[in-house]
Design a protein around this ligand. Structure first.
Ligand code: NAP
Ligand code: GCO
Length: 261
């Protein structure tokens, strides 16, 4: 039974893996036996990640690479393949959010979010797929969002990107399933990370809103995502393809609790 979740010696690349959700998933995959590689946008963040992984007793290999720079991504993947081996597991995690009312958002800001949160995922997946095709196996896990299914004020660009990422996930599944590649989404709910810190502070109306909206009555923790990620990275999900696995404490299942009188 335990072979189903065995990812020992698999080469895992986690984008944006210096902290937050990427760090938690990267740590979980490494503890499950994978060879962990991560990238981040600058050396400072990569060093921060290397220090954090080392403190957690995890051997990680870090690359400075902007996922929107296709040449840089191809160079990183080539270097990984030459020095370590082909990427078996890709976790497309890197991303940004800009919370701006749509009528006040510049087209440049909108494009930047799409470029990182959608085009960047395309670029990295495209870079690893050829070797996965040759190997006739591979796991691609795209980090989606509640905003892959729902909209809300101020996140038009982010929701457009995450909705697009859901469909990119399904399209990769449809196009490459015959090569033994599974591409699925992992859709976190509202998780305690630096990215949500501005809307999570005590007293912020959104903080109470989310706790009422989530049947689990709490914000998610990055650790909540590790088990689902290992499932999608392992043999246990070999016949799961094009699925978005929501890890949201039940948000999408519920209309939300009525506020107490
Ligand atoms: P985050 O702040 O979104 O961290 C993402 C990481 O990606 C950061 O290290 C970030 O660096 C890096 N990054 C940004 N742009 C990049 C680029 N062009 N190239 C390479 N790396 C880049 O933190 P998070 O909350 O852990 O989110 C991780 C993923 O989960 C994101 O895709 C996010 O949309 C998604 N998500 C988050 C939540 C949540 O509640 N937190 C819920 C659902 C989905 P910088 O520090 O320089 O930005
Ligand atoms: C927001 C939040 C969310 C989370 C996440 C939810 O402002 O609504 O940042 O978008 O980041 O994507 O799943």
């Amino acid at each position: 039974m335990n072979n189903l979740f065995d990812i020992n010696k698999k080469v895992a690349l986690v984008t944006g893996g210096s902290y937050g959700i990427g760090f938690a998933i990267g740590s979980g995959l490494a503890k499950a036996g994978a060879t962990l590689i991560f990238n981040d946008i600058n050396q400072e963040l990569v060093d921060k990640g290397l220090k954090a992984y080392k403190e957690a007793g995890i051997k990680a290999i870090g690359y400075v690479c902007d996922i929107t720079d296709e040449d840089a991504v191809l160079e990183m993947v080539k270097d990984i393949e030459n020095k370590i081996g082909t990427v078996d597991i890709l976790v497309n995690n890197a991303g940004i959010i800009k919370r701006i009312p749509m009528h006040e958002m510049s087209a440049a800001d909108f494009r930047k979010v799409i470029d990182i949160d959608l085009t960047g995922q395309f670029i990295v997946a495209k870079a690893v797929i050829p070797s996965m095709m040759k190997k006739r196996s591979g796991k691609i896990i795209n980090i989606c969002s509640m905003m892959s299914e729902l909209g809300r004020e101020t996140v038009s660009a982010y929701a457009s990107a995450k909705g697009g990422l859901k469909m990119l996930t399904r399209n990769i599944a449809a196009e490459y399933g015959e090569y033994g590649i599974q591409c699925n989404g992992l859709g976190p709910g509202y998780i305690e990370t630096p990215q949500t810190a501005p809307i999570r502070v005590d007293g912020h109306p959104f903080n109470e809103f989310i706790i009422n909206k989530t049947p689990a009555a709490r914000w998610g923790r990055t650790e909540d995502l590790v088990g689902p990620a290992i499932f999608l990275a392992s043999k246990a999900s070999d016949f799961v393809n094009g699925h978005i696995l929501y890890v949201d404490g039940g948000i999408l299942a519920s209309i939300g609790k009525q506020p107490s009188a």
